[in-house]
Write a new protein. Structure first.
Length: 114
């Protein structure tokens, strides 16, 4: 869960940047007479609790299982140097076959064991 927070922050920042760019482009189109000001729709940011509730309702997300919480706690308890070492190992990991091939084979019912 702790690793997801930086990803969520990054995505939030990117969305805010994109929203600013869209507003700027719309205003530019209004100034050039290519878009009526009344056509600009103001969108307020969604309430994250509501978004999460809707995602849960649709079955797109769920609360973590006890085992997942235990794994997350074990990760959080690791020293930062160990986390960095593991991250570097995963970044440089070379699978043969490729992960995409493993997924395709597993979907086809041909289980690949590493």
């Amino acid at each position: 869960m702790a690793m997801q927070q930086p990803v969520i922050r990054e995505l939030t920042n990117r969305i805010e940047i994109l929203e600013r760019e869209v507003r700027s482009l719309r205003l530019s189109l209004v100034r050039k007479g290519m878009l009526e000001e009344k056509e600009i729709v103001q969108v307020s940011p969604p309430d994250m609790r509501q978004v999460l509730a809707e995602l849960r309702q649709e079955g797109l997300i769920r609360d973590p299982a006890l085992e997942e919480l235990e794994h997350a706690a074990a990760w959080d308890a690791l020293p930062e140097a160990e986390k960095r070492r593991i991250d570097e190992e995963l970044v440089t990991l070379h699978l043969d076959p490729l992960l995409s091939e493993i997924i395709d084979l597993n979907r086809a019912g041909k289980v690949v064991e590493l």
